[in-house]
Design a binder for this molecule. Structure first.
Ligand SMILES: Nc1nc2c(ncn2[C@@H]2O[C@H](COP(=O)(O)OP(=O)(O)OP(=O)(O)O)[C@@H](O)[C@H]2O)c(=O)[nH]1
Ligand SMILES: [Mg+2]
Length: 305
């Protein structure tokens, strides 16, 4: 299956909610009228498009309906698609893969269970496919089996790994990983971190320390701080992102588990409110289930039936 099909499949649940929600509500109506406003609001909010973006979308659709420019469901879906592309195209594209600083240090952060470690495996594979060499740093020394989980990925994608004992200082692992990348001439060092709630001050401080220690090896590193968000968390993911952004400069966002939720609309407020590009979306648990985010494909996935 190609990227585009996978992206579409990953958005299926969200698409169903929106398109079917609208279709059901409009069933039996000869022509679309103002009553679409309420239905639209409901389905868009349910898909976690967020209040602000929902209002913006509704305004434009209702205006077109009252001018009799949109007569059926298909026309409404098409209009929504165009509008969403416009809303997202203001955002910058992520250059996570194309960042050629060497070694590139990528620090991966996020709350518990969002898919950090899995995403690191998938990401490593992408760099390797481009002909780059990769080293992984097992700086989640907190959770039992976290190191082993990353080791399995390193074996699977065939790259180096730096690890210490469980319970050791994550900053020391990060430091050694970057050192190893430099001495072995490796292109990309990706550092896994323990899941942490954005509300836990001491854990957020620990992230700061990791960054500081890494910059002792290379002044401008980590050049990329990737925040992994779980799409199934919907609006809550947005709140997490805001907190992480306050404490540690996020350069890229990866939104996982799009395949498992009807809340795929959350990308809109994420892109529009955070001013950080969404680099990839996760659409499954396998190594190739990480898809570059593209506004056009996203809008098609949401609104094309
Ligand atoms: N369906 C689906 N599952 C995913 C995706 N990404 C990750 N997962 C699954 O989510 C679960 C948690 O993934 P991990 O990579 O362990 O998450 P983590 O953020 O490293 O977790 P902690 O280290 O405990 O904080 C695993 O079962 C993954 O297979 C995705 O895009 N889609
Ligand atoms: Mg993990």
């Amino acid at each position: 299956m190609g990227f585009l099909d996978k992206f579409k499949k990953g958005l299926k649940k969200t698409q169903n909610r929106i398109a079917e929600g609208l279709a059901t509500a409009l069933l039996g109506e000869k022509e679309i009228d103002d009553s679409i406003e309420e239905v639209l609001e409901e389905v868009l909010l349910e898909a976690d498009v967020g209040v602000e973006a929902t209002e913006e979308l509704i305004e434009s659709i209702v205006e077109k309906v009252s001018r009799r420019q949109l007569k059926d469901l298909q026309a409404v879906l098409n209009a929504l698609k165009g509008q969403v592309v416009d809303m997202l195209s203001v955002s910058e594209r992520s250059h996570l893969l194309e960042d050629n600083r060497k070694p590139l240090v990528v620090l991966v952060v996020g709350v518990n269970g969002v898919g950090k470690t899995t995403t690191i495996g998938k990401l490593a594979k992408k760099y390797i496919k481009m002909g780059k060499t990769v080293i992984l740093g097992a700086a989640d020394t907190f959770r039992a089996a976290a190191i082993e989980q990353l080791e399995i990925w390193a074996k699977k994608v065939n790259c180096d790994l730096v690890k210490h004992k469980e319970g050791s200082d994550p900053s020391a692992v990060a430091f050694d990983t970057v050192k190893a990348a430099v001495s072995r001439g490796i292109d990309v060092a990706i550092i896994d971190t323990a899941g942490r709630l954005h509300t836990k001050e001491n854990l957020m401080k620990q992230l700061e320390k990791m960054k500081r220690v890494i910059s002792k090896v290379i002044t401008d590193a980590p050049q990329r701080v990737v925040l992994v968000l779980d799409a199934t968390n919907g609006q809550n993911a947005l709140n997490q992102a805001k907190e992480f952004q306050k404490i540690t400069g996020i350069t890229d966002i990866i939104l996982t588990k799009l395949d498992g939720t009807a809340k795929g609309g959350i990308i809109l407020p994420i892109v529009r409110q955070l001013n950080v590009p969404v680099a990839f979306v996760g659409v499954g648990e396998k190594e190739d289930d990480l898809i570059p985010f593209d506004p056009e494909e996203y809008a098609r996935g949401l609104f094309e039936v």
